[in-house]
Write a protein that binds this ligand. Structure first.
Ligand code: AMP
Ligand code: MG
Length: 407
């Protein structure tokens, strides 16, 4: 049995990086950038109006008030997408809409609300003294040409996809999705939708795995529930090792008489890096490699499988995708936490903000068979070994489930 930190460092030496592929922008959501994104032009690209109003020479509006307006000659219209090619001379102005190019000669915008309004008349009254640059969005005030907009490794969320579109990118280089094979093993497992005979249970772990793998940015290539029998296991594994980057199993890797997963991995030529890890839940955890394929054998108890995926597999998928390392948060316990003498202890937990401090508590259901402990949880709490339980007020590591919120 090895420690959690030893196991982490063994795994991290084996992670292959995925190459890149180009995808259309419309398909890039939730992918991970494999290139730095540089601004091909400044933003704004040209001086333009922040308001619907009149482009003026500020000096011409000096002293204008509601009581004594200044009259300007209206010589042109600049609307968004249709710039005016007129130059504004002394005493002149142009109608200028939001987003429209500022005509040459003008140095300020008077809002339409501060004028006699838009019309076809050749003159307009201005009720307010304009300040130079007022209501003008200056070329490059947000971003200069050549600025780094988004760094390689960023996940493409609405913010990134919007920025890419705003700079005209119609395709983008992203990390290839890791190809995943998952299987569950157990003669007792039945897929939802079928009746249960005595002693049978529904397979839930593979549904959790598929959901997690896809959220992590991977692609499920193979998925199957397999009987506890060597032949079926090796048939699945033969194909999985040939086609996938990561194989993840649930169940059949403990000390049970019918736990064949580890034996089959070995028979197939998988190199074992470790089998048992000093952690609870999930001690009988297998990690091996076959050329560049990583093999994770997680125990079948639903909480062990779920936490095992989040703590061991998810960070590996992040590395494969080129994402920067995620730091864990530290929270203050408001209840005791059942620390273990020789094992790292994981439990689903709930974390929230209280008076500016992150506080947390473990789930009240602590059995590794109690999947419902994940329902209220928004994090996984993790504690190093210790002789006695952690106490209220102690600080503990908080691994926030990425799709949950801390409120
Ligand atoms: P094992 O690791 O095969 O000894 O399984 C440990 C426990 O997890 C047993 O109670 C199994 O019935 C249960 N289990 C195994 N696989 C699954 C699965 N895919 N979905 C739900 N429970 C499972
Ligand atoms: Mg089993």
């Amino acid at each position: 049995m090895i420690s959690v930190s030893e196991a982490k460092s063994i795994i991290h030496k084996q992670i292959p990086l995925k190459g890149a592929e180009t995808v259309l922008l419309k398909d890039a959501g939730n992918r991970v950038l494999a290139q730095d994104i540089i601004a091909p032009f400044p933003m704004p690209k040209f001086d333009n109006s922040a308001m619907d109003g009149f482009a003026v020479r500020a000096v011409d509006t000096k002293g204008a008030t509601q009581a004594s307006p200044i009259t300007l000659k209206m010589v042109s219209v600049s609307s968004a997408g249709s710039p005016s090619n007129m130059t504004i001379g002394p005493g002149e102005c142009a109608q200028c809409m939001t987003g429209a190019t500022i005509p040459n000669g003008a140095d300020a915008i008077v809002m339409v609300e501060d004028s006699s309004g838009f019309s076809d008349a050749y003159s307009v009254q201005v009720f307010l003294e304009a300040q130079p640059t007022k209501h003008i969005r200056k070329k490059g005030e947000e971003i200069q040409k050549g600025d780094l907009l988004i760094s390689k490794g960023a996940r493409i969320t609405p913010s990134e996809i919007g920025t890419l579109a705003a700079f005209g990118y119609d395709e983008v280089s992203v990390a290839r999705k890791p190809r995943i094979a998952i299987f569950g093993t157990g003669n007792e497992l039945v897929e939802p939708g079928n009746d249960l005979n005595p002693g049978q249970i529904y397979n839930s772990n593979l549904f959790v795995f598929v959901e997690l793998a896809e959220r992590a940015g991977a692609e499920i290539i193979m998925r199957n529930v397999i009987k506890d029998d060597k032949k079926s296991l090796s048939a699945f594994l033969l194909e999985a090792l040939n086609t996938c980057d990561v194989v993840i199993s649930s169940g059949g890797v403990s000390m049970g008489r019918f736990d064949y997963v580890r034996a089959v991995f070995m028979e197939m030529g998988v190199q074992e890096h470790f089998w048992k890890v000093a952690q609870k839940p999930g001690k009988p955890f297998f990690f091996g490699t076959d050329e560049s394929t990583l093999i994770f054998g997680l125990p079948g108890n639903p909480v062990s499988s779920y936490i095992g995926f989040m703590e061991w597999v998810w960070p590996v998928l992040d590395v494969m995708l080129g994402k920067p390392k995620q730091n864990y948060l530290i929270g203050k316990l408001i209840e005791s936490f059942p620390r273990e003498k020789v094992k790292y202890r994981f439990l689903f937990g709930k974390a929230w903000m209280e008076d500016g401090t992150l506080v947390c508590k473990p789930s009240s259901k602590i059995g590794s068979h109690m999947l419902s402990s994940s329902l209220e949880a928004n994090c996984i709490l993790g504690s190093e070994t210790g002789d006695s339980p952690m106490q209220s007020g102690d600080e503990i590591r908080v691994n926030v489930l990425p799709w949950k919120e801390i409120k």
